[in-house]
Design a protein around this ligand. Structure first.
Ligand SMILES: [Zn+2]
Length: 452
């Protein structure tokens, strides 16, 4: 059996194939607008299925709706059960204004050591790395003890109802693995002079809260005969603006602040001071710490009133709420009750768009990610920090299935993650990151699954 270092040199030698695969995937415009019919992920799945088929790997396409395919490939091991799952998604967000792009967003043009295109970074780069890792594993005849699942879902960009959400509901057995690697982490950052990688261990919850404010309608010429719901809304909005959430430093990242040259141990009492200290030099990190140290409650939309000459009796205020992993629905209700207390005619409903979720920072997979990454990029002494993200990924569907899931794409430290412009104009991925990502995915499969 080849050594891991030999496999890594094969990845280096396969750079042109990696680039070609990424380009082919980016050129398939699997744009997800969120309004059906949309997504068109099946052609991406078919391309990947045929590509895997060249090495005799069978995979299946499961469509949740016409043309909304989900790809599941599986390499069996001796044990018959899977030991690891590679996750990614095949849909991409729409292009806002292609005139602003340096290149056609679906041309996958190479420039400055990067491949440009919508989805190049999110998430076709990770899919490329995972497909390539599978191919090299197979071509070396490496036998597996536990099997490897490759799952690429549809609809990640619009909530996953046609993708991993649907797979988890309908085919949980096809996703059954103790560990999974997905997008949503693996970004290298320079902190206090040391190379630091962020491992995505969890995601804040997202809730939509509908606050109904009731009054009594009357003709606007005699407003004293009614109760104007807008004045009650005004009180509710002021109370929300003044909401002072509990500070919370229980998220794992706060145990690793020394990595960022923050000397004090963070506590709810001093976290705002720490954030203020970091802010001038590192506003992005300060913003992340702010988000990870509290629940947020943000009014975003308003509807109400029926006529310009009627006192409105019903207003609906929509709020976006983000919760930390341990802040449950009761916590949210307690907070809302407190904020809205004393304002008459107000009631609310909570709708979960995404439950907060997390995996432990220490696990067998985390240990392997650390050691494989050091070898793949040839750097020792890497610092690791666990991160909870503000946004969410398909990991929220696999964590409740009992799968320890990490966001880790294996970007190369020479590629500036700020250049990825995920969801933005001129999205791109560094070629070095495609290569390092492939090595890391391959290394994980080799270390964790191969028969030794
Ligand atoms: Zn994504």
């Amino acid at each position: 059996m080849p050594t891991l270092e030999e496999l890594f040199s094969q990845v280096d030698a396969a750079q042109d194939d990696i680039i070609a695969l990424e380009q082919a995937l980016v050129k398939i415009p699997s744009v997800n607008t969120g309004f059906m019919p949309t997504g068109d992920e099946t052609p991406v799945c078919e391309y990947a299925r045929d590509w895997l088929g060249q090495d005799g790997i069978t995979s299946e396409i499961l469509e949740s709706a016409p043309n909304r395919g989900n790809l599941i490939g599986r390499i069996e091991g001796r044990s018959g059960k899977a030991g690891l799952m590679f996750m990614s998604h095949t849909d991409v967000v729409p292009v806002e204004d292609d005139a602003k792009w340096r290149f056609d967003p679906f041309s996958a043009t190479i420039a400055d050591g990067r491949i440009f295109g919508r989805g190049a970074s999110d998430c076709k780069g990770l899919l490329t790395a995972q497909l390539m890792a599978v191919r090299i594993l197979l071509r070396n005849g490496i036998e597996l003890e536990d099997g490897l699942i490759l799952a690429a879902g549809a609809d990640e960009e619009h909530g996953g109802r046609y993708g991993f959400g649907w797979l988890a509901d309908n085919y949980p057995e096809k996703l059954a693995a103790p560990y999974a690697v997905n997008e949503g982490g693996g970004t290298p950052i320079q902190a206090a002079g040391a190379l630091t990688y962020v491992l995505g261990v969890g995601e804040k919850g997202r809730l939509q809260v509908e606050i109904d404010v009731k009054g009594v309608s009357s003709h606007a010429s005699v407003p004293w005969q009614g109760t104007n719901a807008l004045y009650r809304l005004n009180r509710a909005l002021s109370a929300i603006e003044d909401y002072d959430p509990d500070r919370d430093t229980s998220t794992g990242l706060f145990d690793h602040l020394s990595t960022f040259a923050v000397e004090h141990k963070a506590s709810p009492e001093n976290v705002d001071d720490i954030i203020a200290e970091i802010e001038p030099d590192n506003p992005r990190f300060a913003s992340m710490l702010r988000a990870l140290s509290r629940m947020t409650l943000t009014p975003t939309m308003i509807r109400g009133g029926v006529k310009s000459n009627s006192v409105p009796e019903a207003i609906r205020l929509t709020c976006d709420v983000r919760t930390l992993p341990h802040q449950d629905e009761q916590y949210v209700r307690d907070q809302l009750d407190e904020v809205l207390s004393g304002i008459p005619g107000v009631s609310y409903e909570i709708d979960y768009m995404a439950r907060p979720n997390s995996s432990p920072f220490e696990s067998d997979l985390a240990t392997h990610i650390r050691s494989v990454t050091e070898r793949a990029i040839g750097r020792g002494n890497i610092q690791w920090v666990p991160a909870i993200s503000n946004g969410f990924t398909d990991s929220r569907f696999t964590r409740p299935l009992g799968t320890v899931t990490y966001g880790f794409s294996g970007s190369h430290p020479d590629d500036d993650p700020m250049l990825n412009f995920t969801h933005g104009t001129n999205e791109s991925v560094g070629i070095k990151s495609l290569v390092s990502g492939t090595k890391i995915m391959l290394g994980l499969a080799y270390d964790m699954l191969a028969v030794k």
